[in-house]
Design a protein around this ligand. Sequence first.
Ligand code: FES
Length: 115
Amino acid sequence: MDAEIVFWPSGRSVRVRRGTTVLDASRRAGLSIKTRCGGKAACFMCKVIVKPGSDLLPMGDEERRKLAGMEEKNIRLSCQVRVAGKTDVELLPDPLQSAVAKALARQKEQDDALW
Ligand code: FES
């Protein structure tokens, strides 16, 4: 059976085989989730939010240990979470891009205050 994953905020979707990781599905959809460990549940960079109601395979012990309660906020490691059916995934903003955007906004506020 196939699974359909919709990635938010873009709304881009892809059909994959049941058991595919969200990370692999994102690559098939042409989206980029940053990783450093190559999908070994070690770097923590591939976090996503899986929306409630999504059809997933049971969480593995390794991911449960790594997340240590964050799964209650629907945060999952995209390299570990495997889809079973219709799944909605929210991609988190890149932390570096977010930091740069905040710094630029702060600088603009300071510049605007001077003029
Ligand atoms: S890719 Fe490193 S924890 Fe998922």
